[in-house]
Unconditional design. Structure first.
Length: 309
């Protein structure tokens, strides 16, 4: 019986445009009626209350334009300009990004909101395209606008809203010394490549345990596999290297990790998770940085469990 009343109230909420307070009101009403059922249910039957709600619903409908929407198969279909619907979805996504950024404490760890937002938008679009493992919710972010002396790799569990790793990561020899300023997708450039990657299979190479990746951004990182741009560990990614050189050592284009963290990080991010490498290249663009598509994808799964984000 309560579910029917909730359906009526939800419909009223939609017409009036207020979701929170009326829903709370009905919850309180039901609790009140159950609590006082001996006094009130004898006088007012359930069906009387239901008819009252239906009457209020019809009154609310008459107050709004018939163009506002309709109910089809028990689902509320709201007729409104597409731009308005998209704005609402984008606002919903913006709120989630802001809250998650705060929960993760990313300001304190040095990751900017702008870079996190780019990475998360790309993650949603890649997920919507079926590019990533649906059972994993791992997002890795490298920010090469920062000095190699800083911890510029973040690995995040989006489902748990937890920062798993924040550590050092090397850039390519051809990209610069302490700061990475040049980027390339060309063989033998020894430069890092910007953009979105999907992690793949583990293997053992000259650097030991390593992780292959595929670049998703045409013209920016799609030669990653051919160039053998992989995740691996290296002794030159350490505080001792910084103390000796005044910066990290550099790779041939790989995002190299501290040796002691190589295994746990690779085990965490393997098997089709997203890695986003941000840099200072102003010309960089990506089809996966589409905020409208990401917002629509997020809104579509808004009612799903958090682990599916």
């Amino acid at each position: 019986m309560e579910s029917l009343m909730f359906q009526h109230l939800y419909y009223i909420n939609w017409k009036i445009g207020n979701i929170n307070q009326p829903t709370q009101f009905l919850k309180y009403l039901i609790v009140y009626l159950h609590t006082h059922e001996e006094n009130y249910m004898k006088k007012y039957t359930f069906w009387s209350i239901t008819m009252l709600l239906i009457t209020i619903t019809m009154f609310a409908i008459n107050r709004k334009s018939s163009a506002d929407g309709s109910v089809i198969n028990n689902q509320i279909i709201k007729a409104q300009p597409a731009s308005l619907a998209i704005t609402s979805a984008e606002e919903m996504l913006e709120q989630y990004i802001t809250e998650t950024y705060s929960i993760l404490g990313l300001t304190q760890s040095g990751l900017s909101m702008d870079v996190f937002k780019k990475a998360f938008i790309g993650y949603l679009n890649l997920k919507d395209g079926g590019k990533i493992n649906p059972t994993k919710n791992i997002l890795s972010i490298v920010d090469f606008t920062k000095s190699s002396r800083t911890k510029r790799l973040w690995i995040i569990d989006l489902a748990a809203q937890k920062l798993l790793f924040n550590t050092l990561v090397a850039h390519g020899q051809g990209s610069g010394n302490d700061m990475a300023t040049s980027f390339s997708n060309l063989n033998n450039s020894h430069q890092s490549s910007l953009g979105f990657y999907i992690t793949n299979e583990i293997y053992f190479g000259k650097h030991g345990l390593s992780l292959k990746m595929d670049g998703m951004d045409e013209g920016y990182n799609t030669n990653a596999r051919e160039r053998a741009v992989v995740v691996h560990g290296a002794a030159y990614v350490s505080q001792s290297a910084i103390n000796q050189l005044g910066r990290l050592g550099r790779s041939h284009g790989c995002p190299a990790l501290p040796s002691e963290l190589t295994k746990p990080i690779i085990e965490t991010i393997k098997n089709k998770t997203v890695l986003f490498i941000n840099g200072s290249e102003s010309k960089y663009s990506s089809a996966y940085l589409n905020p409208t598509g990401a917002a629509q994808n997020y809104a579509a799964q808004f009612a799903a469990p958090q682990s599916s984000i």
